[in-house]
Design a protein around this ligand. Sequence first.
Ligand SMILES: Nc1nc2c(ncn2[C@@H]2O[C@H](COP(=O)(O)OP(=O)(O)OP(=O)(O)O)[C@@H](O)[C@H]2O)c(=O)[nH]1
Length: 310
Amino acid sequence: MDGRPEGFRSGFACFVGRPNAGKSTLTNALVGSKIAITSSKPQTTRHAIRGIVHRPDAQMVLIDTPGLHKPRTLLGERLNDLVHETWSEVDVIGVCLPADQRIGPGDTYLVTQIAELPNRPKLVALATKSDLVSGERMRDHLVSIQALEEKLGIRWEHIVPVSAVSGEQVDDVADVLVSLLPEGPAYYPDGEITDEPTETLVAELIRECALEGVRDELPHSIIVTIEEMGLREGRPEDKPLLDIFANLIVERDSQKGIMIGHKGSHLREVGTAAREQITRLLGTPVHLDLRVKVLKEWQRDPKYLNRLGF
Ligand SMILES: Nc1nc2c(ncn2[C@@H]2O[C@H](COP(=O)(O)OP(=O)(O)OP(=O)(O)O)[C@@H](O)[C@H]2O)c(=O)[nH]1
């Protein structure tokens, strides 16, 4: 019907792992474009951002899930529900276990949670950041990963060392994941990299920039909303300008102070960095109007969570 070759595979995959395990970087390496947002700060991935791997023999949709944490607030609980939901919907989960870190309680907690899913997807262990360790350390790491099977009552379909930074074995990861997808038609047209609305990507980029260089307690307390976004009218066709009005929402006045910085210095830096990145992502010059707002205790308030889409 659609001319796809015999045995074409299609399906959904996601990566899980502790914060900073390299999930977003690997997604980008596989998809070949900066769609999922990476940051040196943990826990920046809030929305299920998809990248699509197009191959002659398969189409694989990658879903980026937020990190799983001990739920302390309503937002935390909602995020965890979202994670479980996503896990149950994919065909295969790549569990990222960074080779430069020992396997710890955080990793085993995560895998145990997956093991308890009623509809458990196939599992692949990925020993990420292979460029950072010696061969000897990698061997030990692979042995520890193997040992999780018995310890946690799971089964790895494959265990693959990979470096998203050097590119080593990225293709093998794609091969292995694709081999575990069911046969089926392509769900998305060729060339489509993400179906995430542009506004969400823009909000994620701004959020990433806002978190750069601020303190550790802030990540959970910042939300970015896009109030308005559109091409400015009356511009010459070869000189478009995209107007973006966005709010940085924090929980407390003290956090607003941190966000704005001394005489507005931090907010200015955030604005400049975000503008450059959005321009690069969308290929259009951007005018960015950023405001910091305080929404007290929004993390605990269902009304705001609904409004913000959680
Ligand atoms: N050397 C090296 N660094 C890597 C590799 N993959 C990721 N990193 C770095 O590790 C850090 C975290 O990578 P991310 O891809 O953002 O990790 P993540 O798992 O998506 O993190 P969260 O969104 O916090 O859950 C970044 O500074 C990356 O540059 C790799 O293969 N090699």
